[in-house]
Design a protein around this ligand. Sequence first.
Ligand code: ZN
Length: 308
Amino acid sequence: MLECIKDTDAYSSLKLGGNVSHAYLFFSADKEKNNQIALSFARSLVCNTNSSCGKCPNCKQFLANSHPDVLILEQDSVKVDDVRAIIEKLSTKPISSNKKVFVILNAEVINETAQNKLLKSLEEPTESAVFILTTTKTDKLLPTILSRLKKVFVPNFSVQDKEKIASELMAGGVDIRSYVGRDFSLTEMLNLATNTSYQATVASIIDLFSNLNSTADIPRVVSAIEVEDKPLFLGCMLDIFLNCLNEKENKFDESVLAPVKAKFNKKALMKCLPLIDESYKKLMANVNFSYILDNLLFNILKERFLCK
Ligand SMILES: [Zn+2]
């Protein structure tokens, strides 16, 4: 399990700006990649150089699965007793690093009783503890748990994409600090770092909303749009709506957002955010994308109407 981290070391530069949240959920359609990235991130939290260097004593202990401040669960099922063991460990101070890191891989295997038990620790975090959960099935987690976790979406990348991302991030060309503290920040960062598909997707979504005036337009705009990377599409849409709400530090030109801002007031924009999030979950649960998009646009128009 731990050997495969090496080739995703580059992702550790996604330190999320040093602002470490106390609980993360890494989710993706790709279980292996998701777990690798989450583990790499976990390692960077105890690494002496904050980079999961692989060379410092903390990294070495992590890689040997013997780090005193790290607990990694990768089991077929996680029960209340397992959570109890975690809570016991929580009460002690970290020994050789600044953080105590608890990783639960494939968190969908945590049974409901255990999830409720875990919830308490997530609600009252200790200062040094960081929880990292991974899953490909967000619908298997209780909504109460989901709401406590900072969600990081891990997109499906090809090997070439990965190499390119790695080299560009390493070269330091991307200021990732400005994307700190946001859900889906990983998607954003990686896409901004690598290719034009992010900008192209943004443009196509703006175009879609420009042509969407009533529910009667839905079939036409949906058939006119070609969506290659579905998670990216929803991630971009979320980004557009978030940026329309954000007065300061907007990363798009005002003119880019204008068609969307003209149609949706703030209240409607706010109401649309959970709708997009919901669509993400459906996509991760393998629901047909056209169906998701039809529904999403219908509900977005409904919110626009209701918030007038
Ligand atoms: Zn290290």
